[in-house]
Design a protein around this ligand. Sequence first.
Ligand SMILES: [Zn+2]
Length: 97
Amino acid sequence: MPLILYAFRCEAGCGTTQRMYSMNDRPDVVDCPDCGGPARRRMASPNLGGTGGAAMALQDATRATADRPAVVSAPPPATARRRPVSANPLHRNLPRP
Ligand SMILES: [Zn+2]
């Protein structure tokens, strides 16, 4: 059973503390490390999505293309642009724009 990082917020206002528990034996309330009072488990796990690795990197890269597209400094080389559009030899006789 993998350990998951859970966040607990002190009811007295000391702040949040984080502990690792497996999903089966996570407590709803732990003792606050500062005042010893009850600290309730927060609803959202703070490291959800942080363990994605390659999946998160792919999402970040995809999102980046929307506002930070790859910029080229020059048009593609002439040999790449002069490729014929059609392989039909009759099309070579058509007027050029
Ligand atoms: Zn406290």
